[in-house]
Design a protein around this ligand. Structure first.
Ligand code: Z5A
Length: 220
């Protein structure tokens, strides 16, 4: 089997930037990999992503939102993640089950134990080999997003989550830090407020350690 690495963090923590850099690094090392994301890593997922993020005027209850993310994951696991892993690839995934606990659990207030049950069903109980948690103060993360949306601060392109208040994102950040305390061996904390190349060095260190550790196995 390949390896499964997830990239997590609040908005603007820089995880999408770092997943691209990690992909470039693996390519140079000639290590087979894929980059994928949730929501949206499949055809069905792309449709669900539009509903979940872009259709901001559409009413979606907290329970419905949870189940839509779960549906996206159920399709993603079967269509993309497990096949790539069975081909021995490294799967780099932008968000996974931890995001559901952080956003729908800590952010929205849905029961976390119930979310764990739903996560386990939709992910076929697959756990990442390594999760990189990019941590940044909420204000700094949101500023990066606002600057990206429009240098003038116009917020017309914000998605459903970007529209949430800072307190929501603060609860999500605390949710991620609580997951880190529960599983310090799987989840590695990365200070995302540093410069891109400083962050990338640390990411590379964790990814290399994981791959070297698995070299004695049957993959690489
Ligand atoms: N969601 C959920 O609720 N439940 C779930 O189960 C799942 C997801 C799976 C997906 O949004 C949303 O779905 C997400 C949670 C929810 N929403 N929120 N919040 P998305 O995929 O569209 O977006 P995102 O995952 O939140 O990522 P993002 O907005 O693209 O941000 P990012 O990945 O953390 O950061 P980035 O794209 O790498 O960088 C953002 C900007 O900062 C960009 O202009 C970069 O050039 C800049 N940047 C990046 N790194 C740095 C550093 N180090 N210094 C300075 N500037 C930087």
């Amino acid at each position: 089997m390949g390896l499964f690495i997830t990239f997590e963090g609040i908005e603007g923590s820089g995880k999408t930037t770092q997943i691209g850099i990690t992909g470039d690094y693996l390519e140079k090392q000639k290590i087979p990999f894929i980059i994928t994301e949730e929501p949206g890593g499949t055809g069905l997922g792309s449709e669900l992503r539009q509903i979940l993020l872009d259709k901001t005027s559409l009413a979606i209850t907290e329970k419905a939102e949870l189940l839509l993310f779960a549906a996206d994951r159920a399709q993603h696991i079967e269509e993309v993640i497990l096949p790539a892993m069975s081909e021995g690839k490294v799967v780099l995934c932008d968000r996974f089950s931890d995001a559901t606990i952080a956003y729908q659990g800590f952010g929205r207030g849905v029961d976390v134990d119930f979310i764990r049950t739903v996560n386990s069903f939709s992910s076929q109980s697959l756990k990442p080999d390594l999760t990189l948690l990019f941590d940044i103060p909420v204000a700094a993360g949101l500023k990066r997003i606002t600057d990206r949306i429009s240098p003038t601060g116009k917020a017309s392109l914000e998605d459903r989550f970007e529209r949430e208040k800072a307190e929501f994102h603060q609860r999500v950040r605390e949710g991620y830090l609580s997951l880190l305390r529960d599983e310090p061996d799987r989840i590695r904390l990365i200070d995302g407020s540093r410069k891109v190349d400083e962050v990338a060095k640390e990411v590379c260190h964790f990814v290399t350690n994981l791959i070297e550790g698995s070299c004695e196995g049957d993959v690489f």
